[in-house]
Design a protein around this ligand. Sequence first.
Ligand code: GLV
Ligand code: MN
Ligand code: MN
Length: 410
Amino acid sequence: MASINGERLMERIRLLGETGKDETGWRVRLAASDGDKDGRDMVVGWMEDAGLKVVVDRIGNIFGIWETEENKDRAPLMLGSHIDSVIDAGQYDGCYGVIAGIEVIKTLKENGYVPARPIMTGAFTNEEGVRYAPDMMGSLVYAGGLSTEEALATVGTDGTILGEELKRIGYEGTVDPGFATPSAFIELHIEQGPILDVEGIQIGAVENLQGISWQRVTIEGAANHAGTTPTALRMDAGLAAAKVITFLRDRCDQSGGRTVATVGCMEFEPNAVNVIPSKAVFTVDLRNPDEGNLKKEEQALAEYLKELEQTDQVTIRTERMARSTPVLFDEGIVKAVEQAAKDRGFTCRRMTSGAGQDAQMIARMCPTAMIFVPSVKGISHNPREFTREQDLLAGANVFLDVVKQFSAEA
Ligand code: GLV
Ligand code: MN
Ligand code: MN
């Protein structure tokens, strides 16, 4: 049984992890930023080193393609993940899957394996959605869920336009996204949650993924003097925003842990110590594995916002930033992951992805599933994100075996 080169995998995770750092040492490899360019250049170099044909599509997705004269007319098996990051990120989220995709192909080539179909591995643009919403944008465009033009016109949190930024860093390609319909898609990723670590299990066979709803909420009240305005007469946008946060937390508690909700960004106006906020703008990230329940949560929030307009004398408007429905992955690939883990002597369990993933978008095009490895203490979107070397290698070897299986037959 061939195995991936563990030293090479670890060194590349470290090297890619050094890109995208700002002056304070935070890893901020936001989509289409200078740091993203540095990471992309590194990934392209590794694809070329593996002898892959590098294709960049119009939304900036990068693919390394291994095809032969004999198999080039068949649908490719697709692998991939992303290298853009959140603000002050860890080094494994997305990068692990991109590096392992290249590593798996390089290992197969080094072992003289001849696939019956092409294998392509990708780094999708803007999975995180921190700078440009929606998240999973590159894979969504690739799968036909958003037009390339609309995506390229997206205005970022810093006022930049994605298309211009991709051009600036040299990654607005010429090929139309969706240029190849894969036979299947397999993504390797760290779990980013605590389940595998707590249970001491090495491999997660990911069978589904929860739905994600992102909204921006704007509450308008009235600025007034912090010392002279009696409580009953205030139209306090800040207080109303705080009530929304606690409302969401109560809903999560009542859901028995099925719903999770996060208010991750908030800004007040005029933002002064002695002025009642006239305006609060904040984001809501709501998730649930069941579409019906996610809709109920969105409805409950909408009703609560209406109620707040009355009780707190504010006006409220909402904008949809992103919405994806829960996804059920392909049973055949999930079973193959379980079997590959067993054959290598690793413990394995089925699980749900709490995080958004490029796989959920590509699942619109072809049978898809994911492989997870443990995140120590379940920490992610944080520089303390960590996965042990033996787990990273275990996941990459299971990935190798499943890739081999799904590329062996035409
Ligand atoms: C992506 O990491 C997400 O789940 O927000
Ligand atoms: Mn990720
Ligand atoms: Mn992430």
